[in-house]
Design a protein around this ligand. Structure first.
Ligand code: NAP
Length: 513
C-alpha cells in the first residue's frame, strides 16, 4: 500500500497510525493512505516564518516570477503521469485531468508573466501619491509589502493540482511562504505535484510545505501576519471563519465556498442562433466535465416557460454526446464522482431535488458499479421552491427552472442563490443584457454573457481564468482570488507612507518608465 508523506519542516514525513484511505472511485480499491498525525504543526509554521519567508523576500518579484515559470515547466513535464493519477484517485477522464493539471501550469505561467513586469523593488507602489499639506512638501503614497507570516492553503478535493498551485502562485509571487493542504480524498495528484515542486529545487527551503491529510492543530499556530485561504464547502468555510484563534488574532481568511450557479436563456435567442448552441453546449459541459464537480458548474438552468420542452430535448441530445464510462477508456467524457461519500451525497441530493422537480433523465439510481451517477436533468415544478436555490448537488446534476422571460424575473430567481461564483446568460438583446448584468452583478464574482458575436471565441463560464477574479459574495464565501495582480493583495499589507515628498515619492512612488 502506497503511503503519501508530507513535506514538513524541511523533510518528508509520514504521519503516524493507519491514515485515511484514498480510493479509486471506479473500482472501489484503496490506492493509498495518508495522514498528518504526529507532525509538529508549530514547527511547520516556524519553519515557514523563519526560513522560507526571509529567503523568498530576498528574491525580487522578477526572480519569484521566474521561479513560477520554472515550476510550470517542471509540472508540465509530468503531465501524462499526473493524468493517469487523476483517473486512479479522483475518477477523472483524460479531459478532466487535463483541465486540472493544465489549469495549474497555466496559472503558474500567467503569474510568471504578470510578475516579471514588477521589477526588483521589495514593495509594490499602490496608486498615485497625493499632496497632503498646504504645499507638496507633505506627501502621501500607498505601498504594498509582503506580510511576514505564512499562507495556509486548504483546498477542496475536486481540483488537487489547480486548486493548490493557483493559490501558491499568488502567495509565492507576493513573497509569502505557503503551507499547502489538499483535500485528503484525492491527494495523490497534489502529493506528486508537491514532490515535483520540492525536487525542482526552484523554491527556497521553507517557502513550500505540504501537509497530506488533516490540518490538525495548524490553525491554532497562526497569528496576525498569517493568512488562510480556504476552498471547500460552505459548512467547513463557516468553521474556519469562526475559528477562535483566527478570530482572536485577526488572521486574514479568504473563503471560496459553494455556489448554486445559474445559466439563463433570454427570450430573444432562437434555436437557430449561435448563442443557443453555446447555451446548450455549455450547460451539458458543466454537467459532465469533472462529473459536475466544479464549484463553477451550472446547477440552475433558467428557461422562458414556453421554451422548456425545446430546451429539454436539445439538452438530452447534447448529454448523449458525453458518453459515460471508465475514465481511462478512450471516448469517455463522463467518469464517476470522486469518492464513495461524494457518491452518497449526490444521490441523496437528487432525491431531495426530486421532491420539487421532475427527473427527465438520470436519477439517483447508480447506472453501474463504482461511484457513477447518470447525468441527471430535472425540471422544476415550482420556480419558487427554496431548495432549488439553496442545495448544491455536487455532481452531474442540473435543474431547468421556468421563468417569465423578463430580465427582472431572471435576476430575482438567480439572486435567490444568495451569492454566486459565476452566472451565465445568453442573449443578443443589449437592453435585456444590461438590465440583467446590473441586477445580478452585486451578487456574483463573475457575470458571463453569451451572444452570437462572441460564440466562436468563447471560453466556457465554468473556466476560471488567472486574469479575472474568482470568488463571490455571501453564500459563495465572500472571498476573492486571482484577477491578475489583484491576487497578491491578500498576501501583502497596504501601508500609507506619509512624509517629505522627495523621500516618499522618490523612494516609494511609481518608478520612472
Ligand atoms: P470540504 O469537505 O469542506 O473540505 C475542504 C477542505 O477543508 C479539505 O481539505 C478538508 O480536509 C478541509 N477541512 C475540513 N474540515 C476542516 C477543519 N475543521 N479545519 C481545517 N480544514 C478542514 O469540501 P470538499 O468536499 O473537499 O469540496 C467540495 C466543496 O468545495 C463543494 O461544495 C464545492 O462547491 C466547493 N468548492 C469551491 C470552490 C471555489 O473556488 N469556490 C472550488 C472548489 C470546490 P479533508 O479533506 O482532510 O477533510
Amino acid at each position: 500500500m502506497q503511503v503519501l508523506s508530507s513535506y514538513a519542516a524541511g523533510q518528508w514525513q509520514e504521519g503516524q497510525g493507519e491514515g485515511a484511505p484514498l480510493e479509486n472511485p471506479t473500482t472501489g480499491e484503496i490506492v493509498a493512505r495518508t495522514g498528518t498525525a504526529g507532525i509538529d504543526m508549530r514547527a511547520v509554521v516556524e519553519h515557514a516564518r523563519e526560513v522560507g519567508g526571509p529567503a523568498l523576500r530576498r528574491m525580487t518579484f522578477a526572480e519569484r516570477a521566474a521561479m513560477l515559470k520554472g515550476l510550470s515547466a517542471a509540472i508540465h513535464e509530468a503531465r501524462e503521469e499526473l493524468i493517469d493519477m487523476g483517473a486512479v484517485n479522483g475518477g477523472n477522464t483524460r479531459g478532466d485531468a487535463k483541465f486540472d493539471i493544465d489549469g495549474a501550469t497555466g496559472t503558474l505561467a500567467a503569474y510568471a508573466s504578470f510578475g516579471k513586469r514588477l521589477g526588483d523593488r521589495p514593495f509594490l507602489t499602490d496608486g498615485d501619491g497625493m499632496q497632503l499639506g498646504r504645499t507638496a512638501r507633505f506627501w502621501g503614497q500607498h505601498v504594498r509589502v509582503p506580510r511576514r507570516g505564512v499562507a495556509v492553503h486548504i483546498n477542496a478535493f475536486n481540483f488537487p493540482a489547480w486548486g493548490m498551485m493557483e493559490k501558491a502562485a499568488c502567495a509565492l509571487l507576493a513573497g509569502v511562504p505557503v503551507i499547502e493542504k489538499p483535500g485528503t480524498s484525492t491527494a495523490l495528484i497534489a502529493w506528486r505535484v508537491a514532490q515535483i515542486v520540492v525536487e525542482s529545487g526552484l523554491v527556497p527551503e521553507g517557502a513550500f510545505q505540504f501537509l497530506c491529510g488533516s490540518a490538525g492543530d495548524l490553525l491554532d499556530q497562526l497569528d496576525g501576519q498569517d493568512c488562510v485561504a480556504f476552498t471547500g464547502s460552505a459548512a467547513t468555510g463557516m468553521k474556519i471563519k469562526g475559528h477562535e484563534n483566527l478570530v482572536r488574532h485577526n488572521v486574514r481568511v479568504n473563503v471560496e465556498a459553494d455556489s448554486i450557479n445559474a445559466a439563463v436563456l433570454a427570450p430573444d435567442v432562437d434555436s437557430g442562433d449561435e448563442a443557443f448552441g453555446l447555451f446548450v453546449g455549455n450547460v451539458a459541459l458543466d454537467m459532465c466535465q469533472k462529473a459536475g464537480q466544479k464549484c463553477t458548474a451550472v446547477r440552475r438552468v433558467l428557461v422562458p416557460s414556453d421554451r422548456v420542452d425545446e430546451v429539454k430535448a436539445e439538452l438530452m441530445a447534447e448529454l448523449g454526446r458525453h458518453p459515460q464510462g471508465e475514465p481511462q477508456e478512450k471516448g469517455t467524457r463522463l467518469g464517476p464522482v470522486a469518492h464513495s461519500q461524494a457518491h452518497a451525497d449526490v444521490r441523496e441530493g437528487i432525491g431531495r431535488l426530486s421532491e420539487v422537480a421532475d427527473v427527465i433523465t438520470g436519477g439517483a439510481e447508480p447506472p453501474r458499479d463504482g461511484c457513477f451517477v447518470s447525468p441527471t436533468l430535472l425540471v422544476a415544478r415550482d420556480a419558487d421552491a427554496g431548495i432549488l436555490h439553496e442545495l448544491e448537488v455536487f455532481g452531474p446534476v442540473a435543474t431547468i427552472i421556468p421563468y417569465d422571460g423578463s430580465a427582472e424575473h431572471a435576476v430575482d430567481l438567480v439572486n435567490r442563490g444568495e451569492g454566486g461564483l459565476v452566472v451565465s446568460a445568453y442573449s443578443n438583446d443589449a437592453s435585456w443584457s444590461e438590465s440583467f448584468v446590473l441586477g445580478v452583478a452585486p451578487y456574483h464574482g463573475r457575470v458571463w454573457m453569451g451572444s452570437d458575436r462572441m460564440a466562436e471565441q468563447a471560453l466556457p463560464p465554468g473556466m476560471v481564468l488567472p486574469g479575472l477574479v474568482h470568488g463571490g459574495p455571501g453564500r459563495a464565501g465572500g472571498g476573492e482570488e486571482l484577477g491578475a495582480l489583484r491576487g497578491l493583495e491578500f498576501y501583502t499589507q497596504r501601508t500609507a507612507i506619509q512624509g517629505f515628498k522627495s523621500f516618499v515619492d522618490g523612494t516609494f512612488g511609481a518608478p520612472a518608465e
